[in-house]
Write a protein that binds this ligand. Structure first.
Ligand SMILES: Cc1cc2nc3c(=O)[nH]c(=O)nc-3n(C[C@H](O)[C@H](O)[C@H](O)COP(=O)(O)O)c2cc1C
Length: 176
């Protein structure tokens, strides 16, 4: 698949079929993250492939948080349900460095986009997840990774929906 095809076809997927993704494919996705550009070539990223138990526990913690905090964004449980359905959940971690933080976060974003595009080229689907932020501390505790910050998570699986592209600003709107 050409890169531009992967860019155009990729969608955030929130419904997955019950089919496991081969570990080799997950490693390919993480390998593409590894190859992303990074400021000063710091490669400030770390990845944790969760077990099914850890994945479901994280989703349940999110649902519990949503129930206890009804005034926060209602999409948390929606995201949690996507996590439950997905075959895999990869947590993207950062060993905090206050001086480099801005550059490092940009670099990690590039790595995550590589992951999404690699997955697309492997006929897999993904959801880039920020909603873990509400329970990052609990997740770190659950996974025993207190040394790191959770930047995002990526759910990976085989899709069970074909969403239309979400609206995008036109070229005229973004060119100044
Ligand atoms: C940093 C970041 C965090 C996101 N967090 C979530 C999330 O927690 N839950 C969710 O359902 N979608 C999440 N998304 C997906 C966006 O909602 C989605 O990319 C956007 O609506 C455009 O849709 P598309 O990805 O299908 O093109 C996130 C995307 C990014 C880049």
């Amino acid at each position: 698949m050409e890169v531009n095809e992967a860019i155009e076809k990729r969608r955030s997927i929130r419904k997955f079929i019950d089919k496991e993704v081969d570990e080799k494919l997950i490693k390919k996705i993480i390998n593409s993250a590894r190859l992303a550009p990074s400021a000063k070539n710091r490669q400030p990223w770390l990845f944790k492939i969760t077990t099914k138990e850890e994945k479901d526990k994280i989703a349940n913690l999110m649902i519990e948080y949503d129930k206890n905090n009804p005034s926060t964004s209602s999409s948390i449980s929606y995201t949690a349900n996507a996590i439950k359905q997905a075959s895999e959940l990869i947590i993207v971690l950062y060993e905090k460095d206050d001086f480099w933080k801005e550059y490092d976060l940009l670099s990690i974003g590039a790595a995550i986009e590589n992951m999404l595009l690699e997955a697309e080229s492997l006929a897999l689907s993904t959801l880039w997840i920020g909603d873990t932020k509400y329970i990052n501390k609990e997740i770190c505790k659950e996974l025993g990774i207190n040394k790191y910050d959770i930047i995002s998570a990526v759910a990976v699986g085989y899709k069970n929906q074909d969403p239309k592209p979400r609206p995008r600003k036109t070229m005229d709107e973004i060119l100044i």
